[in-house]
Design a protein around this ligand. Sequence first.
Ligand code: TRP
Length: 336
Amino acid sequence: MHKKRVFSGVQPTGNLHLGNYLGAIKNFVDLQNKFECVYCIVDLHAITNHQDPKELKSNILETVASFIASGLSSEKNIIFNQASVAAHSELAWIFNCVARIGWMNRMTQFKEKAGTNKENASVGLLVYPNLMAADILIYKATHVPVGEDQKQHLELTRDIAKKFNNDFKCDNYFPIVEPLIPKEISRVMSLRDGMKKMSKSEDSDQSRINLKDDKDLIDQKIKKAKTDNNSIPSEIIGLKNRHEATNLISIYASINGIEVAKVLKEFGGKNFSTFKSKLSESLIERICPIGSEIKKLLKDKNYLNKILEKGSKKADIIAKNNLKEIYEIIGLTKFT
Ligand code: TRP
């Protein structure tokens, strides 16, 4: 049996939004009292696409600020950045030699991100999932809170663990990880198009709620959010093919920590304008204090860097130790 350990990674982007919060950070906060948790800012994943160096640095700190402002404790959890712990890259190389090219080519995220010109994508983008598997398995983590879109990458992590355990005849060495996908909302969609993920890269700022948005802006964005002409159903089946309605209802359920069915019971038969004002209220109550705390924390870069430094040192001890074992299994010797 492996000791239960949670690991998750978040790409360092500035301006985190409701999708990042409900899809990831909120769950991290819920898990911190139940498990030993390791939360990583995956800066090495970020550079699979070119990043402006100055922006990258500031985005990393903004991500730490968003973690802390949302209630993640830097005492209870290990919070650090991937580039600080060399063993992630070292294990990723080993996994480059375990995973098969065909596995990489099947990844839908690669296909989406590489677009039509696959030949011109960075090699890093292709082997991105191997680094992700290394992030998780270097800590022998057993549970990984992620959004629905990362499920395929976790399947791959399981395949790599199984192949490694099998190839090197070390049964059960790497755990077979379990995804923890939020029940009420598996992905937060754009406020303008219920078929598209809420995203920082979407041109229209109206499509998302940013953690730093003020009260009036949140209210205005929710008022303008796309819905349909029908009223709110009282049963889940009534949400079928109503993507925008489903999204708003799920956001409400998730932010208030209640089930979708219960939301429908309360609002079934009502029109969206009544519901939207309640939704705005909930969002403002939850998001605005986080936004102001982020702004405050960003004024003390030294404090934020210290959090990463402390977390990195703790992570490095575990990772180095495991890497040594892994090298031994493979037949490699590390003299340093
Ligand atoms: N690929 C994840 C995303 O884009 C980020 C990530 C990198 C991750 N390494 C991870 C998530 C390890 C969970 C575990 O959201």
